[in-house]
Ligand binder design. Sequence first.
Ligand code: P6P
Length: 337
Amino acid sequence: MNETTSPESYKMVTVQQHIMESQRAHPTATGEFTWLLSGITLATKMIEAQVRRAGILGVLGSTGEENVQGEVVQKLDQLANDAILQCLGYRGNVGLMVSEEDDEPHIVKDFSDAARYIVLFDPLDGSSNIDVNVSIGTIFSILQTNPETKSKDVIGHILQPGIKQVAAGYVVYGSSTVLTYTTGSGVHMFTLNPEIGAYVLHKENVLMPEKGKMYSVNEAYLGTFPDGVRKYLDWAKSEAAGGYSSRYIGSLVADFHRTLLRGGVFLYPPTKKAPGGKLRLLYEANPLAFIAEQAGGAATDGKRRILEKTPTALHERTPLVIGSKYEVAQVAEFWQG
Ligand code: P6P
């Protein structure tokens, strides 16, 4: 056998293998998490199959309904939501599910000590971009039921601060489909290989650059940002800042994925339209903040570390400043200065 095809030279690692290998490092691991994650990856493959052919499957456009956020539900939002609920509903170890699309949590019928995982997700973030073929994504956060909470206090189990997450991740349906996740031991990236239908490891222990050259914000709202945010943006555009570029896709997962790899900062500050910020704490800010910090970056609401915020409501929104440590600190300096 020549070198290029010998088994050790071609080490293809799937996400399931990667999870199992990393779980072996935790003696208490029972493979439960691997089984749970395989439900999520299966759902995202089902979503990807619909997203890739949306135009010819007749699944573009809206359902004509509105979700709890008051946003028009796209057909693909509903399909993505159903796929995740279906794939996770029978894992046996998932007790509760919280979706951006649904007002109330889903209590899996056998919600018991065995079903100790809680999965919170935005099934298809950025879905308003679907019809114009811009990257969109799925974001997920995983908690465990809180032993100090009475077992039937569903909301009590869910409203835990982001530091309690046991795992978090996202899938970006872009030029390729990339899964990024962390279980608290670094950030790892996998590309979906459609020929074999598996997520294959392509970048392990991803680190966000300490400092970047991009800021990402919707400048249409400049007039209603807090003064300190406007001062930061004025500075970022000045010679003194050293030449930042502005990039804004309008799809959180895509804007975050670029920031994770290239560095810089993504901001969604309070605006007149969204005085508490637009993005949701439980299933958007928390999972991405967990990933950002695991990659050496930072995430705040402009003042406080995102992961230390104790949620008070299921669909609570938060301002978000996330990215390289340097830029997140710069924003805080101008905003709080
Ligand atoms: P705006 C998409 O609707 C979304 O929730 C995020 O994916 C994205 O970052 C944000 O809203 C864009 O909001 O107000 O700039 O259109």
